[in-house]
Design a protein around this ligand. Structure first.
Ligand code: FFO
Ligand code: ATP
Length: 179
C-alpha cells in the first residue's frame, strides 16, 4: 500500500512534468461508438489528460455523455447526465461535476483518467477506490484509460479488488489489453 502511494507520487510528478500533448482518438475507439450508448467522460483536473476529443467523437455519433459525481472519498461515485447547457457545480478535490439532482445513468463506456498503468491493463488512480468500485458496479462497461505514454510502468501488482482496463489510449499508442 505504501508502495502504491510512492508509485502514485512519482507518476503524478512525471505526468505534471510532461509536455501537454493532445491524445489522438484511435479508430478502434470510434468504431465502438453507437448512437444512444452512454459514455462516461470526466472534467480533467491539474495535469490529467483531456478527454474532450473522445467525448466529442462520442457526441458526434449520438452517444449520451455522463460525468462522475462524488461527495467524499468513502461514498461510491455516481455517473450523472451531462447536460451541456447546464452549468457544472464545484465538487470535492477541485472537481467540476453535474449537480447532484442530475439524472443517474448506467455507462456503457467508462473513460478513466490514469495516474499510472502497465501493459496488462492494471492501473493506479487517485487511491480512493472510486473507479474500482464503479468498475465492479458496471462490470459490462468498456473500461478505457487515458494517459500520457510517460505514465507507463513495467508492472503494477494488482490488488484483489482491481478490475483491469480493456484498453489504454496515450499520446503515442492505443494499447488493447482485453477484447
Ligand atoms: N477529473 C477527475 N474526475 C474524477 C476522478 C479523477 O481522478 N479525475 N475520480 C477518480 O477517482 C473521481 C473523484 N475522486 C477523487 C478522489 C481523490 C482525489 C484526490 O485525492 N485528489 C488529490 C490531488 C491529486 C493530484 O495531485 O493529482 C487531492 O485532492 O489531494 C481526487 C478525485 C471521479 N471524478
Ligand atoms: N469494490 C470495492 N468495494 C469496496 N471498496 C473498494 C472496492 N474496490 C476498491 N475499494 C477500496 O478502495 C481503495 C482503492 O485503493 P487503490 O489504491 O487500489 O486505488 P486506485 O488504484 O488508485 O484506484 P481508484 O482510481 O479506483 O481510486 C482501497 O482502499 C480498497 O479497499
Amino acid at each position: 500500500m505504501s508502495d502504491k502511494r510512492a508509485i502514485r507520487a512519482d507518476l503524478r510528478a512525471r505526468r505534471a512534468a510532461a509536455p501537454r500533448t493532445p491524445l489522438p482518438v484511435p479508430a478502434a475507439f470510434r468504431e465502438r461508438l453507437q448512437p444512444g450508448l452512454i459514455v462516461a467522460s470526466y472534467v480533467p483536473v491539474g495535469s490529467e489528460v483531456d478527454p474532450a476529443p473522445f467525448a466529442t467523437a462520442a457526441t458526434q455519433i449520438g452517444c449520451v455523455l455522463a460525468l462522475p459525481h462524488v461527495v467524499d472519498r468513502a461514498t461510491p461515485l455516481r455517473f450523472l447526465a451531462w447536460d451541456v447547457e447546464a452549468a457544472l457545480a464545484d465538487g470535492p478535490f477541485g472537481l467540476s461535476q453535474p449537480p447532484s439532482h442530475a439524472r443517474d445513468l448506467a455507462p456503457d463506456i467508462i473513460l478513466t483518467p490514469l495516474v499510472g498503468f502497465d501493459r496488462h491493463g492494471n492501473r493506479i488512480g487517485q487511491g480512493a477506490g472510486h473507479y474500482d468500485r464503479a468498475f465492479a458496479a458496471y462490470p459490462n462497461a468498456w473500461r478505457v484509460g487515458l494517459a500520457l505514454a510517460v505514465q507507463e510502468v513495467d508492472r503494477l501488482v494488482p490488488d484483489p479488488w482491481d478490475v483491469p482496463l480493456h484498453a489504454i489510449a496515450t499520446d503515442t499508442e492505443w494499447i488493447v489489453t482485453a477484447p
